[in-house]
Design a protein around this ligand. Structure first.
Ligand code: SF4
Ligand code: SF4
Length: 209
């Protein structure tokens, strides 16, 4: 116990000031999810259109690394609906409909001391009955269609649907996204989206920090 206290005092504050300040660079990728540049690259996901990378389709295969390099930009989500009633308390149920695991991991990091989503009134629940938002990760696997709909129907009104990651938004190169079944109010691009991008989208969807 004593060691933990000393360690904490020595390390000082590790929690990001975001969204009250600019996101700090926690790792080389933490604030650099968007690829920009120019060049003739054959993209396996058809994500390069008119010289621009569509982050809702990019699968981060790295084939275009060089001509297209990551840029420091995190506010890339599409916020189609804001529910200010959730501003003080926003409870999220995460459902994995067929992910590789990376989007899941990035969502989980929001609970660590660096991102500490709880300080912003954002909490995660393991039951849809207590949830204000359904956060979908992964491509829509056939076997997950029914569980997804059951989770959605179990949620009380009002409720938000959020799709995090290329797979959930567009299906990537594997299949279809959540839009095959539900209309997503919030789209969080990236493969995977960085924790800052996810945090930014959650804060915006609930009407502010
Ligand atoms: S990193 Fe993304 S944009 Fe670049 S080639 Fe791969 S899928 Fe396409
Ligand atoms: S979007 Fe990328 S990181 Fe997320 S589940 Fe799909 S392949 Fe994995």
């Amino acid at each position: 116990m004593r060691n933990w206290v000393l360690r904490g005092v020595k390390k000082g504050r590790v929690t990001t000031r975001f969204p009250y300040g600019e996101p700090e660079s926690v790792s080389p990728w933490s604030t650099r999810p968007v690829r920009t540049g120019e060049g003739d690259v054959t993209c396996p996901a058809d994500a390069i259109e008119d010289g621009e990378v569509r982050m809702d389709r990019c699968i981060s295969c790295g084939r275009c690394s060089g001509p297209f390099s990551p840029e420091g930009k995190i506010d890339i989500s599409v916020i189609g609906r804001v529910e200010k009633r959730f501003r003080k308390s926003f409870t999220v149920f995460v459902i994995d409909t067929g992910s590789c695991g990376a989007c899941n991991l990035e969502v989980k990091t929001l609970s660590n001391p660096i991102y500490d989503a709880h300080r912003l009134g954002i909490n995660f629940t393991s039951t849809p009955r207590h949830a204000d938002a359904l956060l979908v990760v992964g491509t829509l696997a056939e076997g997950m269609k029914e569980p997804l709909m059951r989770a959605y129907e179990a949620m009380p009104e009002p409720k938000l649907v959020m799709a995090a990651g290329t797979c959930a938004i567009s299906g990537g190169i594997l299949g279809e996204g959540v839009s095959g079944l539900l209309k997503a109010d919030v789209l969080i691009p990236g493969c995977p989206p960085t924790p800052f991008t996810i945090l930014d989208a959650l804060v915006k969807a609930k009407g502010g920090p």
